[in-house]
Design a protein around this ligand. Structure first.
Ligand SMILES: [Zn+2]
Ligand SMILES: [Zn+2]
Length: 285
């Protein structure tokens, strides 16, 4: 049905703070998804995706408190110019690359948070990882314009309202490049990811173990072409709230600058973003 090669780029949230909180809850008998369980489900899903088509390819970008990095393909694999599509990389090497990359990133986060910040921050730079993933897909599309690309974001922690602008810019870039963004939230519901899936035509799922693998295989695995023929439970509601530019709080009613469209929760006569002076409009009855 879908004969073009396809590239799936996974953005994996490996923030220490979010996973540590979830693992602690799981130890107390809660049914929340653990890091280990989610990673195992992810590996099975990636393997299934590669088996769907012999020319399917994957890339994984991980992000945590220490930043974001490409864990697969690694620079060594890129330099050898081998790919999964040509059978140049074994599935075992893929798994070890991903696990090693995640381990390095998480240990760097642990060292960084212990020495620099006493309190563990759960604010993963999802925006940075999204940009990296989009740059990678852009490069792949330039090399081969027939490649179908898609993104999957696996988010464990809550949204970081201070990265609202950066995340929204990534979402609109994906929309312009017609790259669907699927989102799997194993932590709290994500307003940003709901909007990302809605804007780009992707799938948003909010799940907890043991349903992670099931959701990945039934909702995320089918290609865009196949999804048209499936009767899946659509996204019921989308939270369209924006974060104000002054306090980065999610708000429902706001003042909007008529020039730069910045959103503020309190009225200010001069726009803090572009400096435009607001002219109060007097309404007469
Ligand atoms: Zn505000
Ligand atoms: Zn403005």
């Amino acid at each position: 049905m879908d004969e073009d090669p396809s590239l799936l780029v996974v953005v994996f949230d490996a923030s220490q703070g979010a996973w540590a909180a979830k693992d602690a809850l799981a130890a107390q008998g809660s049914t929340v998804g653990t890091f280990q369980g989610t990673l195992e489900a992810m590996m099975v899903f990636l393997q299934s995706y590669l088996l769907m088509h012999r020319r399917n390819d994957i890339a994984v970008v991980a992000c945590g408190e220490a930043g974001s990095r490409m864990v697969f393909p690694t620079p060594a694999i890129e330099k050898d110019n081998v790919s999964l599509a040509t059978g140049g990389v074994s599935s075992k090497r893929v798994q070890s690359c991903i696990v090693d990359g995640l381990r390095e990133l998480m240990s760097a986060s642990a060292c960084g948070t212990a020495s620099v910040q006493p309190a563990v921050s759960s604010k993963a730079p999802i925006a940075k990882a999204l940009s990296q993933a989009l740059c990678f897909t852009h490069r792949k599309i330039t090399e081969n314009p027939s490649v179908q690309t898609r993104l999957l974001v696996v988010q464990a922690g809550p949204d970081a309202p201070e990265s609202y602008n950066a995340v929204m810019n990534c979402i609109f870039s994906a929309q312009k490049a017609q790259i669907p963004v699927d989102c799997l939230c194993v932590g709290p519901d994500s307003v940003f990811m709901q909007q990302a899936a809605d804007v780009t035509g992707g799938v948003y799922c909010h799940v907890q173990e043991p349903n992670v693998l099931q959701q990945l295989l039934t909702l995320i695995l089918p290609s865009q072409a196949c999804r048209k023929y499936l009767r899946t439970k659509g996204q019921e509601t989308v939270d369209f709230r924006a974060a104000c530019f002054c306090h980065r709080r999610l708000i429902e009613i706001a003042y909007v600058c008529s020039v730069c469209l910045s959103v503020f929760c309190e009225f200010s006569p001069i726009c803090a973003t572009c400096g435009t002076r607001a002219v109060p409009k007097l309404l007469t009855t």
